[in-house]
Every structure is written in C-alpha cells, then in structure tokens.
Design a protein around this ligand. Sequence first.
Ligand SMILES: [Zn+2]
Length: 388
Amino acid sequence: MKISCPKLVVDGELVRYEVSVTSEHLNTMKLFYELDKEHIEIVSDYADAALVGLLMPAMYYGEDIHLEGKVSENIYWNISFRLQKLLQIFIPSLSQINIYAKEIITRDESMQKGHECATGFSGGVDSFCTLADYFYNPLCPKSSKVTMLTFNNVGSHWGGKKGDELFLKGYNELLPAATKIGLPFVKIDSNLDEFYKNESELRFIKTLVMRNASVALLLQKGVRKFLHSSSHFYEHIAVNSNVQPITRTEPFIFRLLSSCDTMEILSIGSEYKRVEKIEIVSNIKESYKNLDVCTTEGAGKKNCSACIKCLRTLTALDVLGILELYKESFDLKTYKKNKNKFLGKVLARNNEFTNEIYELALKKKFAFPAMSYLYSVYYRLRYLIKKR
Ligand SMILES: [Zn+2]
C-alpha cells in the first residue's frame, strides 16, 4: 500500500487533507478528511493520520505500507511493531506488516505544541461526563480543560450516502447544545470507512479506536491533548480476542499513538461505573434537553425510550429520582409502559449494568413495583434455561 504525501487543499469554505492510496486490494483511491476552513490552523500535514487510519486495512490485506509524507518518530516507532502486536491479539487474522517512511521527523522541545484540548461530543452519557470533569469542574487543571468539541464521520453513521446524511443530521442536532455549552464544535467529514470495505474483521465495532485516533492525529498541529471518553469501567479494560469491543483496549492503543513530544491522546472516564456517570451528568443542565443515548435507527431527535440503551439510562434516572428532568429528551410515556418489565430484568441481575442499577436501587432505597418482581421470576427462569 502506497500512501502519497498529504496535501491540504482549500475548496470554498472547506479545507481538505488528502492522500492518494494505491493498494493491490483496494485499487487507487483518495482518502480525505474535511473540515471548515476556519480550522485550517489545527490541521496537520503529517502522514500520521493517514497511516493510523489505514493500518488495520493494510494488516488485513497483508500489504506493507510505503509512506511518502512526514511521519512522527514516536508514531512510526510504535506502529512498526508493538501496536501491530496488540491489534493482532485482538484480531488474530491480521498480519504483521512493514512500514517504510521517507521522512521520519524527530521533534524536540523547541517545536511548537498546539494550545487546544479537544474531545469528541456525541451528546451521550460518556461525553457529558467528560465535560463534567474536564470543562465544568472548577478544579480541573488548565492544561486539561476542554476548549474544543469534535464530531467526526469515520463510519459510526453506518457508512455510504445514508451515513453521510445521518452524520450531518447528528451534527446539526447537537450544534445548539455545543453552542449553549459555549465551545467550538468542529465537524470532520471523511471517507475513511470506504477503506474498510464492509469486511467482517474490519467492521466498525472492531476498528473504531484506530479510526478515531486518526482524526485526533489529523488535528495535532493545534490540539495538544485529545480526551477520548471511555465507555468502560477500569475492571473491564482488556486486550483479549474474546473480549469485545475494541474500545476495551483503548488506553493501550492511545498510549502507543501519543507522540509525547506533540500530542497526547487519553482514554478517560474509566474511574466511573455507568450509573455513577449518569448521576454526575444530571448536574449539567445542558444535558436535560440534549442527552442522546439511543442508537435506534430513525429515532429522531428524541431518544426512542424503549431500546436497551434508553431503558438502562431511564431506569437509572428513575432510581435516582430525577426522571422528570429529562422529559424533553425522552418519551416518558413510552418508558412507563416498559418500566416494570425492565425493572424485572434489574431484579434478575444478569449483566454488569443491571447489577449496577440494582446496587444503586438498594442504596437509594428505591421501591420496586410489585409487577417487576413477577417479571423478575420470568427473567430468572429464562436466564437459567439459557445457561444450560
Ligand atoms: Zn433508544
């Protein structure tokens, strides 16, 4: 796989980072990342972003990478062997490949670092919790205080034309919340997903950490620190092919991609369990109208209030006694229809999240409705039969 020297092209109101990629398996394609021209000063012209974005497809096809642009010394050093080893543990069918770079840049203290501290903003519990600690908390050190929010399109929106539409829709829906929070909200579009070609081993859930890291490195000229909101509690961090998804390996991958002399990419928020995060987020009033936890297709601006993600959030809010605060982002009538059934699952305690809500309910002396006890008998039996 040959990756050309990155070019920054200004096209109307946009600036585009682009490279030509020549590959035996993918033919010749252009990889691009695109954002508003006003952010041009934070876009790096290094090949780091393209290298990180394309590493997993190249390993999947067993193609060595030949880079024509500049690459950061630490990134090159870590990607050449140790990061590949880690990715192979997670996906054993990936091959170890060689990386050839024409220009490896050693950075020293005299080279300027960016000033921004960025974090992705999806409106979800994890990203609001990051803001609670790294933006709203007056004790947060100045060097870690978030100054910029990002929203990217690297495959999380189902890909293709429909994915592009969902990406734009998602951004426009979150923009008022970002404006209210008072931070710039940078939209980064990309066709990176096309290089993953819907291959099962490269599907989004298995590769999203590397995809997101490529966007962080794209911004390394102006961003000194990139805070990535983790979804996992410390106990569930692991590098293991049996433990999905790849986000559980995040702290290790980001450490290897932090070229300490330029940019740090950090996985944060693992010190909290989900119910603890929900309680923290409930102190941010901007979350009341804008909390977005639902991934149900076509759910629109409001969360569907019936899927597992919605129900576990709503139940935690209910146990905390603050459900009404979120009446504008959820349909509480739909929740009430499903409440007893879901609380039955909580009482049957079959996974980490129902365990957490159950413990919270005990702590808060929450009164479970009688119907939920009946449902819990049914769910316990079902789980027992499944186990056999
Ligand atoms: Zn939902």
